[in-house]
Ligand binder design. Structure first.
Ligand code: KDG
Length: 304
């Protein structure tokens, strides 16, 4: 297996017309989850990508599985909890942007804990995010087991900070996410997140805060991305796009970047593929857009 992504996937309900939830009658139902978004994008690029999480024994959990199966994601290790529901969240578009309302406390995924991946063969890369440790104490212990104690050694571990302010405060999340981000082989973080969580003003500040992250990828929206590896830094400008909806762009970038690294492409080429996938996600209402054709992917990765 190339990549195993672990995290919570949920059902997302959004007003069919971009109007406030309070008055909406028709809702669009989809499947969301930062880590499963990465798995879907990687599978569509041709990687053997698996998603691992727990869903409820309910129609919503079956919908999550169906959608990921159809996208070509390996769901062989997905677990079902007969006692707990699949998590749900709603999007609430408003004049100041879209707010999210989660109904995920006590969800099936929140029961994940240490030993969850026992018996699973180590993939080349294990992808995790900073959403999972806030779901429950047992989920936090699972992330420690996989990221800090390296239960799936020799898998490389990538970690997307993914701070979700609706789930925890800066004072809770700041130190916890910094410790995890610094323990990963590949760390993704938005400069805006790093400012909120740790007071970093520049990408170089983030590097100083996370000296042990093997490859550190600092994303600064439309300004581009700076990646650090082995004492060197590399800057890559973002592709100019008209943004339709930003949700999912970070996951798309991570998938493109990780796919490049799995193909042994350079940091610069991997960032370019990340930008290309992110540009697609930014121009669609859903979390992800279809990937570029294989010849475009090859050209992006070969152009060192
Ligand atoms: O990155 C997109 C995710 O934020 C979305 O799919 C929902 O995973 C999600 C979360 O926990 O907010």
């Amino acid at each position: 297996m190339d990549v195993l992504c672990l995290g919570e996937s949920m059902i997302v309900l959004a007003p069919a017309a971009a109007e406030p939830l309070r008055g909406a009658v028709d809702l669009h139902m989809g499947v969301a989850g930062a880590e499963s978004n990465v798995a879907v994008a990687l599978a569509r690029l041709g990687a053997h990508a698996a998603w691992c999480g727990t869903v409820g024994d309910d129609p919503l959990g079956r919908r999550v599985r169906d959608v990921l199966d159809e996208a070509g994601v390996d769901c062989a290790h997905v677990q079902t909890d007969p006692e707990r529901p699949t998590g749900v969240y709603f999007k609430d578009p408003g004049p100041d942007g879209t707010r999210v309302h989660y109904y995920r406390r006590g969800s099936a995924a929140s029961t994940m804990g240490p030993g969850h991946l026992d018996g699973v063969a180590a993939p080349r890369l294990l992808h995790l995010s900073g959403i999972t440790p806030v779901l429950s104490d047992s989920c936090a212990a699972l992330i420690d087991e996989l990221l800090v104690d390296r239960a799936l050694d020799p898998a490389l571990v990538s970690f997307d900070v993914n701070y979700r302010p609706a789930l925890w405060t800066v004072s809770e999340a700041g130190p916890a996410l910094r410790r995890l981000a610094d323990a990963a082989d590949i760390t993704f973080v938005g400069l805006d997140e790093a400012q909120t969580l740790w007071g970093a003003a520049t990408a170089d500040d983030v590097r100083e805060l996370l000296p042990d992250a093997g490859v550190l990828v600092v994303k600064d929206g439309g300004n581009g991305v700076t990646a650090y590896e082995g004492g060197k830094s590399y800057y890559s400008p973002a592709e100019p796009v008209d943004v339709v909806e930003p949700v999912g762009a970070g996951d798309a970038f991570a998938a493109g970047f990780l796919y490049g690294r799995l193909q042994d492409a350079s940091l610069e080429a991997s960032m370019r593929l990340g930008h290309r996938l992110a540009a697609g996600a930014l121009q669609t209402v859903g979390d992800l857009a279809p990937p570029p054709p294989p010849e475009t992917v090859r050209a992006i990765l070969e152009d060192q």
